[in-house]
Every structure is written in structure tokens, then in C-alpha cells.
Design a protein around this ligand. Structure first.
Ligand SMILES: Cc1cc2nc3c(=O)[nH]c(=O)nc-3n(C[C@@H](O)[C@H](O)[C@H](O)COP(=O)(O)OP(=O)(O)OC[C@H]3O[C@@H](n4cnc5c(N)ncnc54)[C@H](O)[C@@H]3O)c2cc1C
Length: 295
């Protein structure tokens, strides 16, 4: 199929982009086009105007800022995957990125486009929620910053409103000496969206006791979910502590039932993947593998 007719504009600044978006509620941002272009072709989206933000210099790049790593919205997923700064400062994102589509889609697809698209199975939103990232946006009233947990409100639904453009994502950088990460997902084929995914980051002290633990799951609910695993703090992350923490955190999981998988299957797989992700994170923090033991 061919898209319905639309205008195409390439603004020269972020302010101009927001002005164009504010002036027409049916205008849409286009970034990498990896999701939006197929939607246009299938006429699942019929915007009046595409506002192409890909070349705006304000939106690109990766930088350290005040204990955070800030990734510009239009930074390509492939560039992020090859970034030594991301590998050392946000190793969970580095571990998850190879699961996002495949090389051609990562060459075009952007970090911000994946977050704005808010697919409940997408890996980048899951990492953002798991780590408590802040999503930054330019709005007609000035810049706003929203915790990832509040930003995703449903399948393909975020707090981004008319006239607004996602500008960056700010990841907290863990400064502990021993940090480890784990990521697992199950999908029908390599590069497909996950039925279920799990992401974990753990920091331990010299005795192997847990100082900080974050666990998130994707594909199970209508948005990525962060699970409360605070009961792990102070433990040596033994098999039983992990099993108890995951069971307690997963008890109220409201899983989605659809053509691809039943809610019961998703709940059971989530527990298995959470266990694997936490075990990998623990083992890497203990020095089993380099990724995530950067300091
Ligand atoms: C074959 C294939 C396999 C894929 N597999 C996966 C996968 O396994 N996991 C995964 O996570 N993704 C997957 N994707 C999607 C991924 O490739 C996209 O990159 C991503 O979903 C959207 O990023 P984009 O930059 O291409 O955004 P676009 O397609 O340009 O835009 C997507 C949506 O986000 C909005 N948007 C984009 N940027 C902004 C912004 N700065 N501010 C406000 N709104 C914005 C657009 O208006 C649109 O609604 C796959 C895609 C394909 C084609």
C-alpha cells in the first residue's frame, strides 16, 4: 500500500519543530522511520505533516552530565551499541541493544524513537524504566523531564503531548565499584519483538552483599514494569533470596493475554527470565565477565 498524502518539513531548530507540532495536532515527528514508515504505508497512521527531527544538532549525541549519561533522542541505536561510554556507564543498555531489531533497523532507528513509540515489548523503554531514567522533552512551555516509570502510560502511549518533542533520555550512572547486568528475552525469531523480556542491574560490596538492585520486565503488561526487589539488599543473592524476591515481586503481575502467548505463559516465563537476568547480573558483579564491571 501507499501512504495517504502528507506534507514533509525539516525544521532548522528544536523550537521550530515544536512550533510546527503545536500548530497542527495531526502533525507527527519522524525520526528513524523504522516504525512510522511501515505504519504510513499500511495507513495505520495518517498524519497531515511529518516533522523530520533527525538532523537537529540539539537532539544528537551522548554526553556525561552531573552523574548521568544523557543520550540525545536522535542518536542511532547502532551508534549507541558501539559507544564505549554507554558500555561503561549504562552497561544494561549496551547488553539490551543487540536485541533491538537487527543491524539495518538499528542503523536507522533512534533511541528516542523507540522510547516515544512505547511498544510494551521494546527493549530500550524497558532499560529506561528498570534504571529509573528521566525522559526529557521540549514543549511549548519549555523543557520538561519525566521519570520513565510515569512516562509510559499504555501500549504506544506516553505523556508526550501536542507540540512536544522528546529531546533526550538521562540515565543515572551507578558509581559502585562492582556492578553487574543481565538481560534475557524470548521471541519467536531473532530480531522479533519479545514475548517477555527481563533486565537486571545489581551492585555488590567487597563481601558480595547486595548494595542496590533493579529489575524490570517487558512484554508482560501494557508497558515496561519495574519490580520491587528491595528485599535483596544486604543479601549475598543466594538462589533462595532471588527466588523469594522474584516470587514476591511477581505475585501481582497483571499479564497480557493475546494471540502470541497466554497471560499464564507470560507470568511463568517472566519468573524464569527474571531469575536468569538477576543471576547473570550477580555473576558479572562478582567478576565472572567484563561487561558491567567497569570501575
Ligand atoms: C523488522 C523490524 C524489527 C524490529 N524489531 C524491534 C525489536 O525487536 N525491538 C524494538 O524495540 N524495536 C524493534 N523495531 C522498531 C525499531 O526498529 C524502531 O527503531 C523504533 O521502534 C522507532 O524508532 P525510530 O527512530 O525508527 O522512530 P520512528 O519510526 O521515526 O517513530 C516512531 C514513533 O515515535 C515518534 N517519535 C520518534 N521520535 C520522536 C521524538 N524525538 N519526539 C516525539 N516523538 C517521536 C513518531 O512520531 C512515531 O510515532 C523493529 C522494526 C523493524 C522494522
Amino acid at each position: 500500500m501507499k501512504p495517504a498524502p502528507f506534507d514533509y518539513v525539516r525544521p532548522g531548530s528544536l523550537a521550530e519543530a515544536c512550533g510546527l507540532l503545536a500548530a497542527d495536532e495531526d502533525a507527527r515527528v519522524i525520526a528513524g522511520g523504522q516504525t512510522l514508515v511501515p505504519m504510513l504505508a499500511m495507513r495505520l497512521a495518517r498524519p497531515t505533516k511529518l516533522v523530520d527531527v533527525l538532523r537537529l544538532p540539539e537532539l544528537s549525541g551522548i554526553r556525561e552530565d552531573n552523574g548521568s549519561l544523557v543520550i540525545g533522542a536522535t542518536t542511532r541505536q547502532a551508534m549507541a551499541l558501539n559507544s564505549p561510554l554507554i558500555r561503561t556507564s549504562v552497561p544494561l543498555l549496551a547488553l539490551a541493544l543487540p536485541w533491538v531489531g537487527h543491524p539495518p533497523t538499528r542503523n536507522r532507528g533512534t533511541i528516542g524513537g523507540s522510547i516515544a513509540n512505547a511498544d510494551p515489548s521494546a527493549e530500550i523503554p524497558l532499560v529506561a524504566v528498570t534504571l529509573g531514567a528521566e525522559i526529557e522533552a521540549a514543549t511549548p512551555d519549555g523543557p520538561v523531564s519525566t521519570p520513565a516509570d510515569d512516562f509510559f502510560i499504555g501500549p504506544m502511549l506516553t505523556t508526550i503531548g501536542i507540540g512536544e518533542c522528546l529531546s533526550a533520555v538521562r540515565f543515572p550512572v551507578w558509581t559502585h565499584k562492582r556492578v553487574g547486568v543481565g538481560f534475557h528475552e524470548i521471541s519467536a525469531r531473532s530480531s522479533d519483538f519479545a514475548f517477555v523480556s527481563a533486565a537486571a542491574q545489581i551492585a555488590i560490596d567487597e563481601d558480595g552483599r547486595c548494595l542496590e538492585a533493579s529489575l524490570g520486565i517487558g512484554g508482560v503488561g501494557d508497558r515496561p514494569l519495574k519490580l520491587d526487589v528491595s528485599s535483596l539488599l544486604g543479601t549475598r543473592l543466594e538462589k533462595k533470596s532471588l527466588a523469594d524476591a522474584i516470587a514476591a515481586a511477581a505475585v501481582d503481575l497483571d499479564a497480557t493475554d493475546d494471540l502470541h502467548a497466554s497471560a499464564d505463559y507470560r507470568r511463568r516465563v517472566a519468573v524464569t527470565l527474571c531469575t536468569r537476568a538477576l543471576e547473570d547480573a550477580r555473576d558479572r558483579a562478582n567478576g565472572g565477565e567484563a561487561l558491567g564491571v567497569a570501575r
